[in-house]
Design a protein around this ligand. Structure first.
Ligand SMILES: [Ca+2]
Ligand SMILES: [Ca+2]
Length: 269
């Protein structure tokens, strides 16, 4: 078993957490053990071992207010050398817009600091419920929307969100079609680890109670246009990370061992 000092050193090495909020809670971490290779195929099907052995690089959620599309869905991820591969197996028909918020660097934006109303994706990303400012578990840097139109990726800003990419491979609302998309890690500033959560809402800012990971408000009704006296709080988030490379381990060996020795010496006193 690793002692606390080792674990905290490993945590520091992985550069995890880029400015989470005080009440934020990490729910699930998945680690890509082969971060330079993938079995991903963009075919609308989650095939065996496509997202890790046994498709274990997966994340589930909660809430059924919009039919379980996201709340009963499963989100898959995998790295290769250049890309993050994302697959969403829907739990119901995709009649609205799912948004994945990414935390990949310090700083960023929340519902309260974004306000781009130029199209459906931008409206959902920047204002989940029409009349309220939802709480985020972190300041988000990038977002990916998934709808019946395909997928759109943006860099977040306080003004007009910066368009990154559109993929129209998968359209329509059928729950039978998994939505699969590849994003260049460089486009989202993704290094060895990032945090994310998923929300679901309409392009008119009527918010579902569904999310990945599960949130406390999943058990309540849909937030809809929002209750100013009780704005929704997304406190829970997930993490996807690459297993440290041999280079990172050698840095750990060189830099970490003297620290561990010092800790041991101090412990003996
Ligand atoms: Ca991989
Ligand atoms: Ca596939």
């Amino acid at each position: 078993m690793q002692n606390t000092a080792t674990r905290s050193l490993l945590g520091g090495l992985m550069l995890a957490g880029f400015g989470t909020m005080a009440n934020a809670q990490l729910t699930t971490t998945q680690t890509d053990l082969n971060p330079t290779t993938t079995n991903y195929v963009r075919d609308g099907v989650i095939s065996p071992n496509e997202y890790g052995t046994g498709n274990t690089y997966s994340f589930t959620g909660g809430g059924t207010g919009f039919g379980g599309t996201v709340g009963a869905g499963t989100l898959y991820m995998d790295f290769d050398a250049t890309d993050l591969k994302v697959g969403l197996q829907l739990g119901g028909n995709l009649n609205d817009i799912a948004v994945i918020y990414f935390d990949t660097r310090p700083g960023g934006f929340t519902d309260a600091t974004m306000s781009d109303g130029a199209d459906g994706s931008r409206r959902v990303i920047s204002n989940l419920a029409r009349d309220t400012e939802e709480g985020f578990p972190f300041q988000a840097d990038y977002a990916l929307t998934i709808g019946s139109f395909g997928t759109v990726a943006f860099e977040l800003t306080g003004g007009s969100l910066t368009f990154q990419q559109f993929d129209g491979t998968f359209t329509g609302n059928s729950s039978a079609t998994a939505r699969e998309v590849s994003i260049a890690k460089s486009a989202f500033n993704i290094g060895g680890s990032f945090d994310f959560f998923v929300a679901y809402g309409s392009d008119t800012n009527f918010l579902s109670n569904e999310s990945i990971p599960a949130q406390a408000f999943n058990a309540d009704g849909n937030p809809g246009t929002g209750d100013a006296a009780n704005p929704v709080q997304y406190t829970n988030f997930n993490r996807f990370q690459a297993v440290p490379s041999p280079a990172a381990w050698s840095v750990f060996a060189l830099g970490g061992l003297p620290i561990l020795s010092a800790l041991r010496r101090r412990h003996r006193k």
